[in-house]
Design a binder for this molecule. Structure first.
Ligand code: UDP
Ligand code: MG
Length: 309
């Protein structure tokens, strides 16, 4: 039996009109007879379908359900933040709306937390149904991330985790715009544990993480947690410079020996290599500059348009 506490379940939902009720019922099912007091906070991330209507229906039926609607689609990470900021419980669980984070894991997660951890993360076990490309690209991303970044994240980790109130307060104190939740959590420290789970198919609908969104998240994560790409450009610059000096000496010698030729090819090659390297470095600097620009505006992370109560 768990000691008396309140559990907040925070769920971001975008275009999930057909998943909401399913989710609610499976959460009820898994908490059934546990006597656990809970609130369910569902954040409609500016969906253009009936997601918010479904949430409102639920909240009229069950006052443990709170619905929040953001003023537009701010993205998964911002929606998560909006929900977490509303959570009133002593234990806070975050999970997806689509059924891919099985509610049957809630009890094991709570039990693990009770062992004295502050944060219990989950790691998705490889499933055959996850697309080949998605699996490969996410593996590659974690490999690169861990190579470049000072904080490490386990590959296949997901935004399905439970934490104590203290850990949540710490998490909410991050000011940055660009919130790569997995990285932030890893950076935080505290006593963390992790449980494996199997991801079932979505209840309905399809994944919102297109290749474009995935690469955007990957870039955001990388630039937020590593300045090594900037250093790489310095090294690259140094290497090119060294080669350039060596070549300049060679040219000079050839010239002094009076054997200089028209040299069109060598000029072109030098020009192209140097030009390419410079553009690459400018691009990397630009990425960081854009982040600084973004952070410097200090805009709110989201706007709440409506709530069910
Ligand atoms: N989501 C969101 N805003 C978005 C995109 C997604 O709140 O702009 C929610 C979505 O409803 C789901 C979770 O974030 O509950 C994860 O999204 P999805 O299932 O599309 O990602 P995947 O599981 O394929 O990585
Ligand atoms: Mg999903």
């Amino acid at each position: 039996m768990h000691p008396a506490f309140m559990l907040s379940i925070v769920v971001p939902a975008y275009l999930e009109e057909n998943s909401i009720r399913h989710l609610y019922e499976s959460i009820l099912g898994s908490l059934n007879r546990s006597g656990i007091e809970f609130e369910l906070i569902i954040v409609d991330d500016g969906s253009s379908d009936h997601t918010f209507d479904r949430i409102r229906e639920l909240s009229e039926q069950d006052d443990r359900v709170l619905g929040i609607r953001l003023s537009r689609n701010f993205g998964h990470q911002a929606a998560l933040l909006a929900g977490l900021s509303e959570a009133r419980g002593d234990r806070i669980l975050m999970m997806d709306a689509d059924g891919q984070h099985p509610p049957s894991m809630i009890r094991p997660l709570l039990d693990k937390l009770e062992e004295g951890f502050d944060i219990v993360n989950t790691v998705r076990e490889d499933t055959r149904d996850a697309g080949f490309f998605k699996k490969r690209s996410s593996k590659l991303f974690y490999r690169i991330f861990n190579m470049l970044s000072d904080v490490k994240i386990v590959s296949n980790s997901s935004d399905f985790r439970i934490m104590t109130r203290d850990a949540l307060e710490a998490f909410l104190s991050f000011q940055e715009q660009n919130r790569f939740t997995r990285g932030l959590i890893s950076w935080m420290g505290f006593k963390q544990a992790s449980l494996p789970y199997r991801a079932p198919e979505r209840f309905s609908g399809s994944s919102k993480y297109s290749l474009r969104r995935m690469s955007r998240l990957a870039f955001a994560g990388l630039t937020a947690f590593s300045s090594k790409p900037l250093r790489i450009s310095t090294y690259l610059g140094l290497i090119v410079l060294t080669l350039g000096i060596a070549y300049a000496i060679y040219t000079l010698v050839v010239y002094l020996l009076g054997k200089s030729n028209p040299g069109w090819a060598s000029l072109m090659i030098t020009f192209l290599v140097l030009g390419g390297t410079q553009l690459l470095i400018l691009g990397i600097i630009g990425e960081y500059l854009a982040r600084i620009f973004n952070e410097s505006k200090g805009r709110p992370h989201y706007f709440i348009e409506r709530r069910t109560r």
